[in-house]
Ligand binder design. Structure first.
Ligand code: NAD
Length: 417
């Protein structure tokens, strides 16, 4: 079993016990409702045909249409996607959104392909999925290796392969589109900003002046870079960023705007302002106040948990800390804001995009971000209070709250037939 899936199932089992979730609901939620695997051919620029494997896992839809990102990454596999889909069900429930949970992906490395190959891979994948996605059934969004451009191609393919009469009301088939194409203002920054909004709530509770604190971030993609921008605007110092190339360290603070431009042009931290890169170990053992993992899952294992020298870890990524590391961090008094809370800003604003698409409306950015703030801080305090009431970690409290919500809906609706 994939490590992420195993970690998620372990916490899920524990939380079901504490929340007193009955056997039937536990059994239903332990497995996804639908598991779809598609193999589809795509013509490369050389003329050669290549076969790709894509996944869509629809975990649960008791709260509403399936919702969750598409990942393009060489490590994508069925179990990983199953774990991520379960996290989506819990995330949507915790944020009180009328969505279920799903996740998908295609196993390949985007770095190996030209823009036109990326477009053909994306369009063929959507075509292969056919009616297994739809604005009232299953609504994908960006994740690792996918972008607003990927979503634009997905929407366009879906619309062009649907009946022409209904085309204009199907834009909500994906969220995270660019604003011109029907996306919402505020979606690009939503996940990263949401992570920092949670940190801001934590800081208020701990009399922590963020402008005096230092931050380290793993991953400078869609989540990490926007988290860094919000921190920068709060006057906080990001002293280290880690990606596949290594660790960039600047003790007086990394200039975030310049780094964003550099990554856009060069694609990695290499050669930034003549800085030598440090190692991955240097990153995880670095002394700072807050760490934001915003890259892959399973990045913080026992070793990293022992070497960490931070006070707080806010999970921008999904599943970056494994179960054993969680226990070590707790023992060492390092606080954790768990993924299904910390990175829920993306799906919250995806919901706003879906609402706007349904009514052909366009909201102002400040309105979107204000509503995001209301929703995510409310969830933060619910989780915080529950963790104190039950004397459990914030992660367990978040799972318990999400599961209880789903359990109540099953109880009130009953199970067909
Ligand atoms: P992205 O593809 O935009 O960025 C990923 C970043 O991680 C890049 O900077 C990349 O260089 C870095 N990275 C990849 N492999 C690495 C490795 N082995 N070591 C160090 N760095 C590595 O992806 P993203 O959308 O920012 O997603 C990052 C994480 O956040 C994922 O776990 C994703 O599931 C989660 N997440 C994303 C969103 C969203 O809205 N995009 C929402 C919720 C959760």
């Amino acid at each position: 079993m994939d490590k992420l899936f195993k970690n998620v199932i372990n916490i899920f089992n524990e939380a079901c016990k504490t929340a007193d979730i009955g056997k039937t609901i536990h059994t239903i939620l332990k497995q996804p409702k639908n598991e779809l695997i598609v193999n589809f051919p795509v013509r490369m620029d050389s003329g050669e045909m290549k076969l790709f494997k894509g996944y869509r896992i629809q975990h649960n839809n008791i709260l509403g249409p399936y919702k969750g990102g598409f990942r393009f990454h060489p490590q994508v596999n069925l179990d990983e996607v199953k774990g991520l889909a379960m996290l989506m069900t819990l995330k949507c429930s915790l944020a009180d959104l009328p969505f279920g949970g799903a996740k998908g992906g295609v196993k390949f490395n985007p770095k190996d392909h030209s823009e036109s190959e990326m477009e053909r891979i994306t369009r063929r994948f959507v075509h292969a999925l056919g009616n297994n996605i739809g604005p009232n059934f299953d609504i994908p969004a960006p994740d690792m290796g996918t972008s607003a451009q990927t979503m634009n191609w997905m929407m366009d393919t879906y619309l062009n392969t649907s009946g022409s009469l209904e085309r204009q009301c199907l834009k909500g088939v994906v969220t995270g589109k660019s604003v011109k194409v029907g996306g919402t203002k505020g979606r690009a920054q939503a996940t990263g900003y949401g992570v920092v909004m949670c940190i801001e709530e934590w800081a208020k509770q701990h009399n922590y002046d963020l402008s005096q604190k230092t931050f380290i971030i793993q991953g400078f993609g869609k989540v990490g870079s926007w988290a860094a921008k919000r921190l920068d605007s709060l006057g906080a110092k990001v002293i280290a960023v880690n990606d596949c190339a290594g660790t960039l360290y600047m003790k007086d603070g990394i200039p975030i705007r310049q780094l964003t431009e550099h990554i856009q042009n060069k694609g990695s931290l290499e050669d930034f302002m003549g800085q030598e890169l440090l190692s991955r170990e240097d990153f995880f053992s670095m002394k700072a106040d807050v760490m934001i993992p915003a890259a892959l899952e399973n990045q913080i294992g026992e070793e990293e948990a022992r070497m960490a020298q931070v006070e707080l870890i806010a999970e921008g990524a999904n599943g970056p800390i494994n179960n054993k590391a969680d226990a070590i961090l707790e023992e060492r008094g390092i606080a954790v804001i768990p993924d299904i809370l910390a990175n829920s800003g993306g799906v919250i604003v995806s919901y706003f995009e879906w609402l706007q698409n349904r009514s052909n409306d366009y909201w102002h950015e400040h309105h979107v971000l204000e509503k995001l703030h209301d929703k995510i801080t409310q969830a933060y305090h619910i989780v915080h209070d529950l963790s104190i009431e039950l004397n459990v970690s914030k992660r367990e409290a978040a799972y318990i709250r999400a599961l209880k919500n789903i359990d109540e809906v099953y109880t009130e609706r009953g199970i067909f037939p």
